[in-house]
Design a protein around this ligand. Structure first.
Ligand code: GAP
Length: 449
């Protein structure tokens, strides 16, 4: 078990996420769907902020990466060429007694599956586990009204292939020169045998993938560059550097020449786990698509009059997994000096916090609610803002702390006289008194990524 000394906050987070509208179980009123989750009002903002930061860093802030949004359903030959039909499999064993299914390498299984001494981890029977057989993780469906083998299509298990098949479309339409990259964010689907740990491993998830096309022979230097860049991004979104590390792959995937994971310490028994993969995929993918489609996928380097199939350096991060990492990283319970009750805080980086500021009126008198409403309405077109007038001011602060709101603005009796308000910082608890009409600039400065 990869347990670490970091506390396990997953259970508390699952409950907070439901209570406060971050994440709900899919189809909950029907008993839920296995390992599929829905993002509620605050969760969708948090995940969107993370995707925006990725898109900004990878596409908008650079002139050598182009964006793409390819379809989920692709030609079935794509998955033959990519190797997924043949090799995107996990070994599966069945218990003949209780009918449960496991990955053959499940550490809970005692003994070797298929032999009389192997014991089912659920019903405890011996000798009931089948020999391992390979199970393909791709979801299959049919395109069109006829359900036969000729109409089988797959839900994509990674977004990367949509990029490879569009390599020349993007290169020629943008006139990019190698080295350059193509980035996309989109859903991927895997029929995982053992999903779990909340949104860590699910059957429907989102990936943020970038494929950087380089000249063969220069791949090592680009690989080193992207390995470093991607770690910096995780620091920039606020993940603690001491909870992040690199892990070299011991076993390389069928397409890879070198591969590193960026791992995050989720705490408890989950410990350090992969959140992103950085892979040197060589010319495997473009080469295979060339072979299977019969269409050339070469790059023509005009000044050097040279044609070649580029190598690919891939960076692949799960939007849901990084959302979970951000939540785990941010969660803390702490005592507050002079108060009996402690507080639960999501110390999210302000740039990814779902609500940027909450506006309160200290009392319902002296025109305070009217002024607070006015401030909230003025800020709302610029930032997600919450207005709250229920309960004591202490309770209102606690409600915002728990969802990670970095700033709370309070209108009090001085405000209606001199036009100033207090702004309380979620982490330091320090209060600044500032002019209400300076709020927009004050917040903007502090919310930058
Ligand atoms: N194109 C390369 C690729 O897909 P991967 O290591 O299989 O590589 C990349 O996946 C990332 O996608 C992982 O680091 C993880 O963040 C995310 N991911 C993969 N499977 C997932 C699942 N079942 N649930 C949630 N996220 C997943």
């Amino acid at each position: 078990m990869p347990a670490t000394a970091t506390p396990d906050v997953l259970e508390k987070l699952v409950s907070l996420c439901k209570r406060r509208g971050f994440i709900f179980q899919s189809s909950e009123i029907y008993g839920g769907t296995g390992s599929v989750w829905d993002y509620g009002p605050l969760g969708v903002e948090l995940k969107k902020n993370l995707k925006d930061r990725w898109w900004h860093a990878m596409v908008r802030a650079r002139d050598d990466i182009e964006g793409l949004d390819a379809a989920i359903l692709m030609h079935p030959r794509v998955w033959e060429a990519s190797g997924h039909v043949a090799t995107f499999t996990d070994p599966l064993v069945d218990c003949k007694n209780c009918k449960k299914r496991f990955r053959a390498d499940d550490p809970k299984i005692k003994g070797t599956p298929g032999t009389p001494d192997a014991q089912c981890p659920v019903c405890g029977m011996k000798g009931t586990l089948s020999e391992p057989r390979m199970f393909n993780l791709m979801f299959k469906t049919y395109m069109g009204p006829v359900e036969d083998s000729a109409s089988i299509v797959y839900l994509r298990p990674e977004t990367a292939q949509g990029i490879y098949v569009n390599f020349l479309n993007v290169q020629q339409s943008t006139r990019q020169k190698v080295p350059f990259g193509i980035a996309q964010i989109g859903k991927a689907f895997r029929n995982e045998i053992t999903p779990g740990n909340f949104i860590f491993r699910t059957r429907e998830f989102e990936q943020m993938e970038m494929q950087f096309f380089v000249e063969p022979g220069t791949d090592d230097e680009h690989f080193a560059y992207w390995k470093e860049q991607r770690m910096r991004w995780h620091h920039a979104i606020g993940l603690s550097p001491d909870r992040l590390r690199y892990k070299a792959h011991e076993q390389l995937a069928h397409y890879a020449r070198a591969a590193f994971d960026i791992e995050f310490d989720f705490g408890g028994t989950l410990g350090f786990q992969e959140i992103e993969g950085i892979h040197n995929r060589t010319d495997f993918d473009l080469g295979r698509h060339q072979e299977y489609s019969g269409k050339k996928l070469e790059y023509f380097d005009q000044p050097r009059n040279k044609r070649y199939v580029p190598f690919v350096i891939e960076t692949s991060v799960g939007a849901d997994r990084v959302t979970l990492a951000a939540l785990v990283n941010a969660y803390r319970e702490e005592e507050v000096a002079g108060e009996e009750e402690g507080r639960t805080v999501l110390g999210l980086h302000p740039s990814i916090a779902p609500i940027k500021a909450a506006v309160f009126a200290l009392t319902k008198k002296e025109g305070q609610p009217e002024m607070a409403h006015r401030i909230a309405n003025e800020l709302r077109p610029q930032f997600p803002v919450d207005y709250d007038e229920t309960g004591s001011i202490g309770k209102r602060y606690r409600r915002q702390d728990e969802v990670g709101t970095p700033f709370c603005i309070t209108v009090d009796s001085d405000s209606t006289r001199d036009g100033t308000v207090t702004v309380r910082d979620r982490d330091t608890l320090k209060q600044d008194r500032i002019a209400a009409d300076a709020l927009s600039g004050y917040l903007r400065e502090r919310l930058q990524g």
